[in-house]
Design a protein around this ligand. Sequence first.
Ligand code: SF4
Length: 65
Amino acid sequence: MQVRVDADLCTGHGRCYALAPDLFGPDDYGHCEVLVAGGVVAGDLADQARAGVENCPERAITIES
Ligand code: SF4
């Protein structure tokens, strides 16, 4: 599974990195960065990716199987 964040949609609420801090983190402006190289995740990180998708108010996070 691959997770992506659309930087144009992210407004920096921080819900993603509050809920899934192993996968998402803030850049210098509070916008979300994916912490895993290439955004490729499995197992617990895949669960965190889904949590990010479900909780981002801007729908900035997407995943592909
Ligand atoms: S929850 Fe969405 S809008 Fe907020 S920082 Fe994360 S990706 Fe950006």
